[in-house]
Design a protein around this ligand. Structure first.
Ligand code: DAH
Length: 356
């Protein structure tokens, strides 16, 4: 009889526990419920304590029943605990007051650096004109940066481009340098295209953007680090008028139909003839201001690719001709946005950068 009571008490505890649980609505009440039904002194603990005194026949029955009740109550407890948490959360959200008349918090989206914006616009304009972007390397050998461009060792024109050396020592006449201009990419790209068909190298029309480095005194128009966009077009029958048309067209696309441009005869070892390309400063109407200096802003050099350079690139100068140019995107951005000092570009001053 006593043995059957134990089983009955377990069933009663289960039924009553589940029934009581229905009215439990807070964390504290849940804790009290847990002590009452799953604590130290309950029908379940009593059943376990009584096992030793039971007959061999009843022992497994009571043991299993006690376990079943315990597992069932624990599961019900976990479920209830979850739902109490959920309704507490819902209540706290419901009680929050939302004032829809408050001003919003301003978003501060990132933006592109003015130089990046300028470069992207140049890629777009050059793309429309049929030029592809070619990326050449920033760390160069003396051979590519100078010798293959017709600046032999000791050539005086090297003085125009004070150079940062990365590694000299053992390398003799061919030290590793930070490129001083994007022109070495001319020879690298020509060689790459010529290699695809050495007997009949394909015509090319490329722009080669990138950073250049010079050991220079900085001022409003000179920095030790700056961008250039090199351009090169090689094919049969290319003339100086193609060069003039390309750069004049570029200026009109960038600055408008009425912009005035001029080509001044100049000298570069890798082009013959060579010129400098200026755009009239429309900030001062050509009178001369802090951005331009003397009314015109020099935005690059250009010329017909020197026959030696064509040959170094794998193109026979008897058959092919080409033009090249090297532009300063930051100079162009200065003119366009009225920036009067090139050193602003890399100073990372937010007061400057946030204007673009
Ligand atoms: N590489 C020259 C420099 O940085 C610029 C230049 C001049 C590039 C004439 C050219 C060119 O391609 O034809 O001073």
């Amino acid at each position: 009889m006593a043995e059957e009571n134990v089983l009955q008490e377990l069933e009663d505890a289960l039924a009553k526990g589940l029934e009581d649980l229905k009215s439990v609505a807070s964390e504290e009440a849940l804790l009290a419920w847990r002590n009452q039904y799953l604590g130290k002194n309950t029908a379940i603990t009593q059943a376990f304590q009584s096992l030793g005194k039971l007959s061999a026949e009843m022992r497994p029955q009571v043991g299993q029943a006690a376990n079943r009740v315990k597992v069932a109550l624990e599961a019900a407890l976990a479920e209830r605990s979850e739902s109490i948490k959920e309704s507490a959360l819902a209540a706290s959200i419901a009680s929050e007051k939302l004032d829809v008349t408050l001003p919003g918090r301003p978003m501060t989206p990132g933006r592109l650096h003015p130089d990046t914006q300028m470069l992207r616009e140049l890629y777009r304009v050059f793309g429309e004109m049929g030029f592809q972007v070619y990326r050449s390397r920033e760390v160069e050998t003396d051979e590519y940066n100078f010798q293959l461009l017709n600046f032999p060792v000791g050539h005086p024109a090297r003085d125009m481009q004070d150079t940062y050396f990365v590694e000299a020592g053992e390398r003799g006449d061919n030290p590793i340098v930070m490129r001083t201009h994007t022109s070495p990419g001319q020879v690298r790209s020509m060689r790459e295209y010529a290699a695809t068909n050495p007997e009949n190298p394909p015509a090319i029309r490329l722009v080669l953007p990138g950073m250049c480095y010079r050991y220079e005194q900085t001022d409003a128009r000179h920095e030790t680090q700056f961008d250039q966009i090199e351009g090169i077009a090689v094919g049969e029958g290319i003339t100086f008028s193609n060069l003039k048309a390309t750069l004049s067209d570029l200026a009109r696309r960038l600055f408008g139909q009425n912009v005035r441009t001029r080509f001044r005869a100049s000298y570069f070892p890798f082009t013959e003839p060579s010129a400098e390309f200026d755009v009239e400063c429309f900030l001062c109407g050509g009178k001369g201001c802090a951005v331009c200096g003397g009314g015109w802003l020099e935005i690059g050099g250009c010329g017909m690719v020197n026959p030696n350079v064509l040959r170094n690139g794998g193109y026979d100068p008897e058959r092919y001709s080409g033009f090249a140019f090297g532009l300063g995107p930051q100079r162009i951005a200065m003119l366009r946005y009225g920036i009067n000092d090139i050193r602003y570009f890399w100073e990372n001053d937010l007061r400057f950068l946030e204007q673009f």
